[in-house]
Design a protein around this ligand. Sequence first.
Ligand code: SAM
Length: 192
Amino acid sequence: MPRGLNSAVKLVQLLVSGSVRNGGTAVDATAGNGNDTLFLAGLVGPEGLVYAFDIQEKALQATRSALEKAGMSGRVVLVRAGHEEMEKIVRGPVDAVIFNLGYLPGGEHSVTTRPGTTVRALQAALNLLRPGGRVGVVVYTGHPGGREECDAVEKMASSLDGNLYNVIRINFINRSGAAPVVVVIEKAGEPR
Ligand code: SAM
């Protein structure tokens, strides 16, 4: 399990891990190099299922080889599609969804997540979530368009009904204004 508070990615993994059950279903909304997919695949175990979305073949290739190396390919469905399409593909309910926004590290910076599709995908993730399930988001503000995306995520998350969702935001308050921001949304209710 991730330790330490130094990494936004690890914080999201830590906070989301409490809602993922052995044999459950989870979604990596931005597969990238596959780190979150691998993490979720470990949590759901051999009987579970992870859907991993990315719009870039390069990202899915990297995720595929990471899964093969770890012997976990059999529990992951790789989907080349925008995460805003996830309701058409994922069979819910799901335990957790992770969004690690922005561009592929080492890839083309212009191919990045965008506020409009990100907000649509977040809504789709909430629709798929089981009671007690969690959506974790890492949003980066230091690249072009990142601040706007962060504002859109925060606007959407803060407008959710407090009787239906528990929503938290974590900021690194002793770092620069460009430090990543973490948002976690839990669907209220007893786990089924
Ligand atoms: N979670 C990844 C990991 O563990 O390595 C890192 C993700 S990276 C910061 C963001 C990824 O989002 C990129 O690979 C990019 O191609 C992908 N992306 C951009 N727009 C997308 C969309 N609409 N749907 C799904 N993925 C998207």
